[in-house]
Design a protein around this ligand. Structure first.
Ligand code: CA
Ligand code: CA
Length: 94
């Protein structure tokens, strides 16, 4: 069975001093598509994406697809607890 993975990370892709949300879709561990969301006002509200994939599978690449990616990017941004947690090194569970 194919595995489908969506990997999220934050990187300053546009080198504007503000991080974009990078979304990479992997199918069976092979990168299938990458799209990133940016915050046009740099206020943490992600309202722009690079070329989206056909995320909803209706055969076109339009605002519906963008909305899905933006919803993911904005939800990810709100999960700020992980940003804080990764700074603290947890003892490895062995
Ligand atoms: Ca679509
Ligand atoms: Ca559509």
């Amino acid at each position: 069975m194919a595995t489908y993975e969506l990997r999220l990370s934050k990187e300053d892709i546009e080198n504007g001093g503000f991080k974009e949300v990078l979304m990479e879709i992997y199918i069976n561990n092979v990168l299938d598509w990458a799209v990133y969301a940016s915050s046009s006002k740099q206020d943490g509200v992600y309202d722009k994406t690079s070329a989206p994939d056909d995320a909803d599978g209706d055969g076109d690449y339009d605002d519906d697809d963008k909305k899905l990616f933006l919803a993911v990017a904005n939800a990810f941004t709100k999960m700020s607890a992980y940003d804080k947690r990764k700074k603290k090194k947890k003892p490895a569970n062995k």
